[in-house]
Ligand binder design. Structure first.
Ligand code: COA
Length: 182
């Protein structure tokens, strides 16, 4: 699905863009921060694994295939420096997209994740057949809960999960494709 054709996408203070191999230091840095990784499904990777991931993403032409996940960079609009990323997964029937978001700690608490996620949801509804965008958050991850609720995602359920060997409770959120004005 041609999501990457619509990148870069300018928000107000951030830009959504493809990840590059040259983002290695920034990407590997914040993803190696235990506070950033704490409530995430992914585990920290080695330098070799991070570089391989960025090379794979740089080769991917379309960006989002049914049943698969990809990553999109969040860059500072002022200097294009990578400050975070969005993980986006598409269901096998291409009707539901799921996302996760990570921001370098230095750039948190400024509303930048909110801009980036709003931009992503807008892109998905504008350029893909996705009908519903979903996300989940550990109940202890207060900044993430505030982010999702502030963006208008609805709390649609709760699930017990295990992350990194630890039992946790996840809140599930969803936002539906807006009905076009008649
Ligand atoms: C989840 C995460 C992305 C949220 O980032 P964030 O920066 O707190 O989120 P927002 O962009 O919505 O910022 C909101 C904060 O910015 C403040 N803010 C400042 N200027 C603002 C503006 N112009 N607009 C909106 N909020 C603004 C808000 O008051 C709010 O402050 P608070 O965090 O003290 O309540 C971040 O905590 C993170 O990367 N965590 C680690 C990874 C993770 O757990 N991800 C979630 C699992 S997928």
């Amino acid at each position: 699905m041609s999501l990457f054709l619509h990148l870069p996408h300018a928000c107000e203070r951030v830009r959504l863009r493809r990840l590059r191999v040259s983002d290695f230091r920034a990407f590997h840095g914040y993803r190696g921060d235990p506070e950033v990784a704490r409530y995430q499904g992914w585990a920290a990777t080695t330098e070799v694994e991070t570089e391989a991931l960025l090379r794979d993403l740089a080769r991917n032409a379309s960006g989002l295939e049914p049943g698969e996940w990809t990553q999109i960079g969040i860059a500072d609009s002022a200097d294009d420096r990578l400050i975070g990323d969005l993980g986006v997964g598409l269901s096998p029937d291409a009707r539901t997209a799921e996302f996760g978001v990570s921001l370098h700690p230095q750039f948190q608490h400024r509303g930048l994740a909110r801009e980036a996620v709003a931009g992503l949801i807008g892109l998905l509804f504008a350029h893909t057949p996705v009908q519903r965008v979903v996300a989940s958050s550990d109940v202890r991850n207060a900044p993430c809960l505030r982010l999702l609720e502030g963006l208008g995602l609805q709390h649609v359920g709760t699930a017990e999960a295990t992350y990194k060997g630890e039992a946790c409770t996840e809140r599930l959120y969803a936002i539906e494709r807006p009905v076009p004005a008649s």
